[in-house]
Design a binder for this molecule. Sequence first.
Ligand SMILES: O=c1[nH]c(=O)c2[nH]c(=O)[nH]c2[nH]1
Length: 307
Amino acid sequence: MPTILGQNQYGKAENRVVRITRDGDTHHIKDLNVSVALSGDMDDVHYSGSNANVLPTDTTKNTVYAFAKEYGIESAEQFGIHLARWFVTSQEPIHRARIRIEEYSWERIPTSDANSKFIGSDEVKHSFVRKGQETRVTQVTYDGSSWEVVSGLKDLVVMNSTNSEFWGYVKDKYTTLQEAYDRILATQVSGRWRFNWTDDEQRMPNWERSYEATRKHMLEAFAETYSLSLQQTLYQMGSRIINHRSEIDEVRFSLPNKHHFLVDLEPFGLKNDNEVYFAADRPYGLIEATILRDGADARIPVDLTNL
Ligand SMILES: O=c1[nH]c(=O)c2[nH]c(=O)[nH]c2[nH]1
């Protein structure tokens, strides 16, 4: 049956690029998901398999990362214009480029009062929380005499663009990981905390105020901990909550280590001075632990996905 080729396009979709711009110790983040779709004289590759007109999708990916370094990311629009113009003007067979970009917004994490005097700022200059993502959760159980309230949150994404290292770990014959002395630390927090309130109506915690304060202490600990591992940061987040919130006896965190890999730009003659990262999606390290007030029982389930 005779057939003809209709509309077609190709390119690399969902290039996750994180660009850090360092203005002294104040860092700025641009976090994009960039999808490239190119079209033009592509009949041959479909009909006969000739790749003579095909700029590899892998190259379109590299271009995204190289442009992030070379031109920076002023805005998603500007970045998209730059890329689209490049593909259409540099490759004769390409007549149309469609660049789709999702941008993830980040806000700075406010500093704790104690630390703001110390660092002279009410924001941590390299610590960010992603806008508008988290879901607040609670589980209330009552058996006729006793209450158990476990509250928390999930999908709260945070990032430190410096003050994180990871080295000195066990190395066996399968270890390839390079030691890191200045890496990005990012995670999507899933946390639950158990209240010690069980029955006294008079002494019921103010749930709203407790949530706001607990979230604040958790974020401050994330931002202000100089991290040697995500495990250490997790412990600081939990213990800061226990130490400041007398109504909470147990905290459990499940923290995926959202890896950001430095992109090798050497092949394009560019030096990547901790500026352009590939934000990997999976696999991810998963760091989980419970932090208890001394003497308290561990009752929050190990697997938070069921809670
Ligand atoms: O903070 C970390 N903890 C680990 O246990 C670990 N393992 C790894 O490969 N990277 C990291 N990072």
